[in-house]
Design a protein around this ligand. Sequence first.
Ligand SMILES: Cc1cc2nc3c(=O)[nH]c(=O)nc-3n(C[C@H](O)[C@H](O)[C@H](O)COP(=O)(O)OP(=O)(O)OC[C@H]3O[C@@H](n4cnc5c(N)ncnc54)[C@H](O)[C@@H]3O)c2cc1C
Length: 564
Amino acid sequence: MSDPVILAVDADPAGLAGIERELLDRYARHYDVVCTASAAEARDRLTQFRESGNDVAVVLAGKEVDDPSCSELLAEVRRLHPHAKRALLVGWGEWGFRETGDAILEAIEHGKIDHYVVRPVAPPDELFHHSISTFLLEWAEERRTAPYAIQVVGDSWSGRAAALRDVLERCAFPHAFCLADSDEGRRLLEGSSRGTELPVVILPDGTTLTNPSDVELTRATGSSVEPGEGEVDLLIVGAGPAGLSAGVYGASEGLRTLIVDTHGIGGQARSSSLIRNYLGFPRGVSGGVLARQAYEQAWVFGARFAFMQHVTGLRADADRLVATLSEGATVSARAVVLATGVAYRRLGIPALEALAGAGVFYGGSGSDVHRMSGQDVYVLGGANSAGQEALHLARYARRVTLVVRGTPGMSHYLVRQLAATPNVEIRLGTEIVGGGGDGWLTHLVLRDRASGAETSVAADGLYLSIGARPHTEWLPAEIARDNRGFVLTGADVPRDTWPLERDPLPLETSMPRVLAVGDARHGSVKRVASAVGAGSIAIQVVHRLLEADDASAPVDELVELRPA
Ligand SMILES: Cc1cc2nc3c(=O)[nH]c(=O)nc-3n(C[C@H](O)[C@H](O)[C@H](O)COP(=O)(O)OP(=O)(O)OC[C@H]3O[C@@H](n4cnc5c(N)ncnc54)[C@H](O)[C@@H]3O)c2cc1C
């Protein structure tokens, strides 16, 4: 198999020579570097690469993005090599000129390019290489070509093999998957001492696990399942963005911190393919990458984790809070942060529920999106997550239809981006009332809510993003919730449920020293940044509560925070 390709096209001969020199100097050993001044030649080469099965990793286009030949080229890249990262080459400071700046923004917003790259100036130009190597890493992660220590071999992309891959992702463990009857699968299985049962997981030291349980696999990766010592300062329930943020701040500020999660890291955010509105990531960041980095950050500050453990109960015992875990252990903490997030609503149509994982998906397409290449795909939902899912799928699918029961309630930038994406159709005032398939989704039944007319449409995939239910049913009755189950905090805590003289602090629930943050909290903004912000604020509140305890002082005297 030939090396993957980095292709640069630039009509300016001096500019092209500089780019070619930088690319060859750094990447020629592992990539085929192709540079041309002609957009037509670039298109021909892309077609050849597609026909010969060569992967294209990065395409750099040096023309003006509103030049038709450049737009056509970038559209062709998207069609022929959907995984390739596409960037516009711009000169130093050019983005500051209004016309170029607007063209770049328009191109990013309409999905014509992934980002822009500043042309190299003098060798070695590390800024240029930082952009290129970031693209290469993103491409390698999407294509699963990065080096992986754990291999999963299964007889299907779905079922138990998919569940095991999910466990590995949630433990932040890089892995690769292949089918047992592929060349790679046969090679791996020959070398392993397995029986006939699939799936198998092959560990870095060659050990083979045959269809391990989630807990066995988690332990095998070296991640901890047991909570360790039973006493901590701070227990955080949930390792989504809110819990990870509380973990980073709690551990970095000296609290003995334990984070427990039913699965592993990332929560819902892990299913987000590209978060574009999180501070500090102008190119966007996948939820998986963000979670992995936050996990590592919390860990190096000393936070400890217990995965595959559900917190099943919580009670106050004198000055301690005692939580029970699903594997039977108890943890005693001075303060607890609830960061349990939400679960999305189910569609409730039996024929479609039966196809969950077989063409019908909850919680986003994630890294499996290439399965939808060239297919007809439907996304149901009217919020930001549905809009993002539709845009992500549109890069691969032949056609994406976004079905919205009423009118969309998503960010304006997403509405504009969807409207500008040619293979996305939006059907407002429509619901899905049926569908089916033999082992895999083949069709859906749509109903126009105004006329009641029903239409059967061919569909290869349905992605559901239809509302959320908080993970709070396990909480004791003393923790007050609203009528949808979201936890009441601070000024929202009903007076008749609050046992102390002082008022509850911001984020504090009706059980003193138990705080709630993120999506599970009543009135929360359902965004990663809000969850992360609340996680950090919670630690300030925890400090005040613990300082007040230590000093036996009235907590109000020590509290600088006031409800917003
Ligand atoms: C497909 C998709 C795309 C999205 N895109 C964006 C975006 O682009 N930008 C943006 O800002 N937001 C986006 N969001 C929303 C964002 O992901 C959420 O707002 C955020 O993840 C909420 O964080 P959280 O920590 O409160 O909860 P969650 O992420 O839901 O995490 C909660 C965690 O708690 C664990 N848990 C629950 N109960 C228990 C228990 N009893 N014991 C132990 N553990 C428990 C769960 O396993 C889970 O890991 C998206 C969401 C989805 C689904």
